[in-house]
Design a protein around this ligand. Sequence first.
Ligand code: PLP
Length: 425
Amino acid sequence: MEQLFDLNYARSLDREDELAPLRERFYTRPGQIYMDGNSLGLCSKDAEQAVLRTLADWKQHGIGIWTGADTNYFLYHDHIGAKLAHLIGAQPEEVTVCANTTLNIHQCCATFWQPTKERYKILVDELNFPTDRYALLSQIRLKGYDPADVLVTVPSRDGKTMEEDDIIAAMGEDVAMALLPSVLYRSSQLLDLERLSREAKNRGIIIGFDLCHSIGNVDHDFAKIDCDFAVWCNYKYLSGGPGATAGLYINRKHFAKHPGLSGWWGNRKETQFALRPDFEHTHNAGGWQTGTGSILSMAGVDGALNVYEGVDMKKVREKSLRLTRYLMELVDSELAKYGFTIGTPRDDARRGGHIALEHDDAIRINEALKAAGVVPDFRYPNVIRLAPVPLYIRFEDVYELVRILKDIMETKSYLKYANETGPVA
Ligand SMILES: *Cc1c(COP(=O)(O)O)cnc(C)c1O
């Protein structure tokens, strides 16, 4: 049997890796192992160039930036939406970029949650990232309902993962809408979106997904998933930049629906500048735009998407799974004896792009990792999230990460750090 915990073995995997050249397009730093691309992806030269080009366009064209023959930023959201749609198998008009994930959840809830006396509940899971829930709670209050009555929270059996069966069992006749994550932010469990969407549809429930932890990493096929809406941020695996303008998918069957939160940027482009008193929304995802887009933070997304040009998302997903599998194998063989466990599903079909490494002393080990040049991501109380992003992380980096962890545990160097954490873990 091949020796897995071996630098030469890891390097041989990198030599055979078709996606390896993509790493050159990113600003990686010598001596640093960046395992936090699931919080903020690294800057690429492509993203940088796009932002610089937009600045140059602004300098040169001023107001002409919006509609010049070779600028036309007036339709920039459509242009980026079409590129994003390609990554998830959606149609170009079904995707746009605007605002942030939280606001896009507000938009979708305002649009799709149309409570009636019999059907008014909103289904969520216990483990989703809290902002999704906060947005729903305030929408529920805005419409004069009681959150305790409206929000149905499906519990997790083990505190780490969700069972699709439990979610489906909670899809009662009084449920109007469901909002669920694609990949859970802590455990990295990937839910079966196709199945959940089908079951919701069979029951007349509107369903939307939050793709924050999968966009740019998991090869979603929205032609099959066919949910009603989806939201996501573009700054994690996609590497669109800190606070990059977020993504929004609206299934084309809803294009005629009135956007819950409307604004002039969602008006038909032909008549937007006629500035008429009545709003006529564009019948595509762009109709859900509100005000003027943040062009500079859209440019980073535009550029970051160039990295994916000619890249098959299936290959990205395949490499991601191989990287996380390699990491888990090394944890099993080298680190289990120090008290580490893995809080991520082992099954490829249920695993997203990062690994939740658990340890009772995770806070201090996380600090020791940082001191050794690793960029990990701590989640209270005991999870170190490690994301080997397939666009720029090598098998060699995974090997090196485990070697460093092993050294930290052997030398007990983590004991010198305080057992507490800062505001942005
Ligand atoms: C990262 C993340 C967000 C971020 O929301 P913003 O409004 O873009 O800050 C929301 N939901 C989930 C599930 C996330 O992982």
